[in-house]
Ligand binder design. Sequence first.
Ligand code: AMP
Length: 402
Amino acid sequence: MKILVINAGSSSLKYQLIDMNGEVVIAKGICERVGAPEGHFELKTEKGKYEETVAMSNHTEAFLVVKKNLTEGEYKVIDSLDEITAIGHRVVQGGSIYKESTLITDEVIAGIESLCDLAPLHNPAHIQGINACREVFGDKVPQVAVFDNAFHSTMPEEAYMFGIPYEYYEKYQIRRYGFHGTSHRYVSGECAKIMGKDLKDIKLITCHLGNGSSITAIKDGKVIDTSMGLTPLDGFVMGTRSGGIDPSVVTFLQEKEGWTPAETNAVLNKKSGIYGISGGMSDDRDILKAADEGNERAELAKKMLWYQIRKYIGSYIAAMQGVDAIVFTGGIGENSQPLRQNICESFEYIGVKFNAEENPKAIRGVGGELSAPDSKVKVYVIPTNEELMIARDTKEIAEKVL
Ligand code: AMP
């Protein structure tokens, strides 16, 4: 069975074609600048990488370009679209409606649409992607929505409520939803397998650290808290996002700078965090290099990130009254040796025994154990695979309806 995994953004479309027989990625790529006069198409298969400049005025045209290149020419991997059994879509915001991956129907599209206010940049684009798939693949191919926050839907209300008047929760569903749920779910499942335990029997802290980052506490097999909130802005400093700050900073700056809500959002999401502190660098590799070379603001950005991660992990250990394992994933978590060493060594007091020799071996998609064999708390690097998780859910749901 072949599953197509789609992540549709407002002007982009990422895709992966996964053969579930062996869970092998047979093609993957991206359509960028959809809607612009000149777009960019990319496809990677085992034969290599193919790129072309091509105009795609909307998501339907983007899918037609994907279709053409998957089924024709030098890089073709299938004879026709009929070989694709089902399509899985990443959907950022499922609100309180969708607590698990769901077969897409007209009613579900309306449900995702009703949540556009909570994810104005993402949900409308996902709907475009879903509708475009229907046009290109027809109605008979099952489509499944895999929600970014479904895994976090087990959070208790004391964790997901904000301390603002209750009426705004009732009126606008303002609460903590969390994101990266598919990644946290994947790595927590893999971690339980590595430990040879049932997820229900371990206390886990999973750290998805990339351009966007979040940390999640998992107890009794359920998420009990996560760092991202109503939107992916909450938590700790990220590449360009501020993370959690005193809310008064927002109103203070709006008054002083005369910013509109949209301008405020842009500063907090695109010009803040590591980028804002360092003065223009958001890539963790640049920060580490500049800090080593004596750049004080890069050093400050680095120290802030490490400190805030430590605070989150510490608070989740307190929330769960213990921890059995800490997992690092995401571009930074899977690669940044200095960060991992710093975090691991700062938790020696609760029983993390860091194995410095193993740290360099876990890099570029290769996982590993960073804790010593006799460490009371285990630490793992587990490369994430959200697409595979989406494909697995899609397969399971599609099999029920086909
Ligand atoms: P992601 O959003 O998960 O793709 O992660 C992107 C982040 O991973 C960027 O900030 C990269 O700098 C970071 N990253 C990738 N490779 C390394 C590395 N070798 N050391 C430190 N950070 C890295």
